[in-house]
Design a protein around this ligand. Structure first.
Ligand SMILES: [Zn+2]
Length: 203
């Protein structure tokens, strides 16, 4: 697709001012699968006509994105977010915009380097120290957690009673142990009885 150089340079200038790069955390879902970080670029602005210009240039360059609107309750000033998430979508943004970027160029190069390192290895290995360095540099305020597998659910309570159907109930969305509950109830009953006994003997 043909893109006007002046258009791309204008968009890069807009990203220099209004754009930002992020890593978003995706938690593992299946047991044993690990959380991972995927990159995103976001461009935010309140000027509605500008969105049409940004979209026109992105479309002409074949860059994919989503648009989200924010309507703050205490203000009649709406703002829009244009976002491209994930390696497949972000890669063309990076390779197209890096030659034109100024203030955000080193960030964009950092993200591109991360994606290049990841593309060389699709295993569920932990990130390398270089990759962690990039994650921390880009996510200045975001907390980067280490890669961890989703643990298998426990087969027994912390006191070793098995989580069988008969021994298990759900309390606030968490599996709980009936054996432990009845032991706790018995302790409470014994304490009450002792309190009553002490009360009687003191009168
Ligand atoms: Zn138990």
């Amino acid at each position: 697709m043909f893109s006007d150089v002046a258009d791309l340079a204008w968009l890069a200038g807009f990203i220099d001012g209004e754009g930002s790069f992020h890593f978003r955390r995706s938690a593992g879902r299946r047991i044993g699968s690990k959380n991972y970080y995927y990159p995103a670029i976001r461009i935010c602005n309140t000027d509605v006509p500008t969105l049409a210009t940004v979209q026109r240039i992105a479309d002409a360059a074949g860059l994919g994105y989503n648009v989200y609107w924010r309507h703050p309750k205490n203000s009649n000033l709406s703002s829009w977010d244009m976002e491209a998430r994930g390696t497949k979508r972000l890669l063309p943004w990076l390779t197209t915009m890096i030659p034109y970027l100024h203030t955000k160029r080193s960030q964009a190069e950092d993200v591109l380097r991360f994606l290049t390192l990841r593309s060389e290895d699709h295993s569920q290995r932990d990130y390398s120290s270089t990759e962690y360095e990039i994650l921390h540099r880009i996510s200045k305020r975001g907390l980067i957690k280490p890669r961890q597998g989703v643990p298998a659910p426990a087969t027994a309570c912390k006191h070793g009673h098995p989580f069988t159907d008969e021994n298990t109930y759900t309390w606030h969305g968490k599996r709980s142990c009936r054996t432990c509950r009845s032991a706790a109830n018995q302790r409470v009953a014994a304490r009450r009885k002792e309190e009553r006994r002490l009360l009687r003997s003191s009168t």
